[in-house]
Design a protein around this ligand. Structure first.
Ligand SMILES: Nc1nc2c(ncn2[C@@H]2O[C@H](COP(=O)(O)OP(=O)(O)O)[C@@H](O)[C@H]2O)c(=O)[nH]1
Ligand SMILES: [Mg+2]
Length: 465
C-alpha cells in the first residue's frame, strides 16, 4: 500500500472511532425507594436480566431482545471513581444459591456501570456503525438517606413541631415515651452542653431504630441517626426535635440544635441531592404498598405523603429553588408497585390503580412538565407462584411460596388489594395481611421475575432504537 493510501486508511479508521464514540449513548438511572422497598434486589435483577438472561422467552416485552438486535451486555469499570461499587457478586450469589435468600441491606451509596451492545435499527446510528453501545450507570443507596431530602424544604421549628406532634400520637407514643420525657425536662434556653445534646440525640436515634424495626413508619428523620455511614459521632448528627422556647439567645440549647439542623441540611442532605439526584436521566421509584397496607390506614397515608414530599424535590416546576440551583434533568419516571408477587396475578391491576391514586398529584405535576411517567406492578425476583384453590363453589386466587424464616411451603390467600385509597371508615376490620416469601430458586440459572422486561423497555427502550 502506498503511503497516502495508508494515511487514508488510518484516517478512516480513526474517523470511524470518533463517529462511534459520538454515537454511544449514556443513561444514568436512579433507583429510588424507601428503606426495604426492594432497591438492591431490583438492581441485582436488572443486571442479571441484561447480562445473563436476555432471551426472548425471558424478556418478551424488551424490544431490543424481541427484535433480535441485542448483542450482549456486561459489567464495565464504573464511571464514578469516588463512589463505592455495588456488590453485584454477593447479591447475585445469595439469589442463585440452592437455598436462595434476599441480598443483604444497603449501608452506603454505591454504583455499577454496564455496557450494552446492540444493532441499531434506525437513524444515523444504524447507517454508520454496525454495532452501537449504550452505557448504563445504576445507583443504589440506603433509603434512610432519601427520607432526609424533604428536610431541605423545612426549617428547624416547623420540622420540630411536626415530629413532636407525631410522636404524641397513639401509634408512636409507646416508642417515643422515653424521648418525650427527656424533652419535657429539658430547658432549651440554658447554655448549650455538648454532652447533654449527644445523650438526648442518642435516645432519639434509638427511638428511630425502634420505630424502623417495629413499625412500617417511613418518615424517620434524620436518617443518619439510623445509618450514620462515615458520619458516626459527628456533632452535626447530635440534634433532635425540640419545642421553641419564648426566648432564644445565641449559644442556648435551642440555638445550637437549630444550627446543627441547618448544618446537617447543608453538609449532608444538600450534597447528597446535588451530587446524585441532579445527575440522573431516569428514575425508578419502587413502592412497597404491602407493608403500608399491612400497617394500617395511617401508614398508607404516611407512604403517600413521604413519597409526595420526596418527589417534590424533583419538582419540575421552574420556581423551585433547588431546581434553580441544580437542574434535575429526569425525563422518565417509572413507578413500580414492587413485590407484586406477594399477591396473585389477578390483583396486579388493582395494585397499579392503588398506586396511581396514591401518587396522582405528583404524577400530574410531572406530566405537566413533560416527564414521561408510567406505573407497573413488578417483582425483581419472584418469590411465589399463583395457585387457584376451589372452596365449595368459589375459586380462591392464592399464592404458593416458602415464608421467610420457615421450612415449609404454604398456599396462602392474601388480602384483596383495594383499587383506590380507602377512607378510614372503609378500611377492612381485620386490616390487610400478606406474607413475605424467600425468593424462588433459579431454574437452570434463570431467576424468575414479574415484568422486568416492561421496566427495561420503559427505561431503556428508546435509547436502543
Ligand atoms: N416478594 C418480593 N419481595 C421482595 C422483592 N424485592 C425485595 N423484596 C423484599 O424486600 C426486602 C428488602 O429488599 P431490598 O432490595 O434490600 O430493599 P432496599 O432497602 O430498598 O434496598 C427483601 O429482603 C425482600 O424481603 C421482590 O421482587 N418480591
Ligand atoms: Mg438496599
Amino acid at each position: 500500500m502506498s503511503r497516502p493510501q495508508i494515511y487514508l486508511k488510518q484516517f478512516l479508521q480513526s474517523a470511524e472511532k470518533v463517529v462511534q464514540r459520538g454515537l454511544d449513548k449514556h443513561v444514568k438511572i436512579a433507583v429510588t425507594g424507601f428503606s426495604g422497598s426492594g432497591k438492591t434486589a431490583f438492581i441485582t435483577s436488572f443486571i442479571r436480566q441484561l447480562t445473563a438472561q436476555a432471551t426472548n422467552d425471558n424478556l418478551p416485552f424488551f424490544d431490543v431482545v424481541k427484535s433480535g438486535r441485542f448483542i450482549a451486555c456486561k459489567q464495565i469499570a464504573q464511571g464514578a471513581m469516588s463512589v463505592p461499587s455495588f456488590d453485584y457478586q454477593s447479591a447475585i450469589r445469595s439469589l442463585l444459591d440452592a437455598n436462595p435468600n434476599w441480598p443483604s441491606a444497603t449501608k452506603r451509596i454505591n454504583t455499577i456501570s454496564l455496557a450494552l451492545k446492540y444493532y441499531a435499527k434506525e437513524g444515523l446510528r444504524a447507517q454508520l456503525s454496525p454495532e452501537s453501545t449504550l452505557y448504563i450507570e445504576l445507583y443504589d443507596y440506603p433509603g434512610e438517606w432519601l427520607i432526609d431530602l424533604p428536610l431541605l424544604n423545612q426549617d428547624y421549628d416547623t420540622w420540630s413541631r411536626q415530629v413532636l406532634e407525631k410522636y404524641q400520637t397513639e401509634r408512636y407514643h409507646e416508642f417515643a415515651n422515653t424521648f418525650l420525657q427527656q424533652i419535657h425536662m429539658l430547658d432549651a434556653t440554658q447554655d448549650s452542653d455538648d454532652n447533654l445534646l449527644a445523650e438526648i440525640a442518642s435516645i432519639h436515634g434509638e427511638l428511630l431504630c425502634k420505630l424502623k424495626a417495629n413499625t412500617p413508619a417511613i418518615l424517620l428523620q434524620p436518617g443518619r441517626q439510623i445509618l450514620p455511614g462515615d458520619l458516626a459521632g459527628a456533632p452535626m448528627l447530635s440534634f433532635f426535635p425540640c419545642e421553641k422556647p419564648h426566648r432564644v439567645e445565641e449559644g442556648c440549647i435551642y440555638d445550637q440544635l437549630e444550627k446543627r439542623f441547618e448544618a446537617y441540611k447543608e453538609h449532608v442532605v444538600k450534597p447528597f441531592y446535588k451530587d446524585y439526584f441532579c445527575q440522573f436521566d431516569r428514575q425508578v421509584v419502587l413502592m412497597d404498598a404491602f407493608s403500608a397496607l399491612q400497617g394500617g390506614y395511617n401508614y398508607l397515608n404516611e407512604l403517600q405523603s413521604a413519597t409526595q414530599q420526596m418527589l417534590s424535590l424533583f419538582d419540575y416546576g421552574k420556581n423551585h429553588w433547588l431546581r434553580r440551583l441544580w437542574l434535575p434533568k429526569i425525563d422518565k419516571v417509572l413507578f413500580a408497585a414492587n413485590k407484586c408477587d406477594m399477591t396473585s396475578s389477578n390483583q396486579h391491576s388493582n395494585l397499579v390503580r392503588l398506586l396511581d391514586s396514591l401518587l396522582q398529584d405528583s404524577q400530574n405535576t410531572m406530566k405537566f412538565d413533560h416527564v414521561n411517567v408510567d406505573t407497573m406492578a413488578t417483582s425483581s425476583v419472584r418469590s411465589s407462584l399463583d395457585r387457584q384453590i376451589q372452596e365449595n363453589s368459589k375459586k380462591l386466587n392464592c399464592v404458593y411460596g416458602k415464608p421467610i424464616g420457615e421450612q415449609e411451603w404454604v398456599t396462602y390467600l392474601p388480602s384483596a388489594i383495594p383499587s383506590t385509597l380507602l377512607q378510614k371508615e372503609q378500611w377492612p376490620e381485620g386490616g390487610f395481611e400478606f406474607l413475605s416469601f424467600t425468593p424462588l430458586a433459579a431454574k437452570e440459572g434463570q431467576l424468575e421475575h414479574v415484568r422486568m422486561d416492561h421496566a427495561l423497555q420503559f427505561l431503556l427502550g428508546d435509547k436502543l432504537r
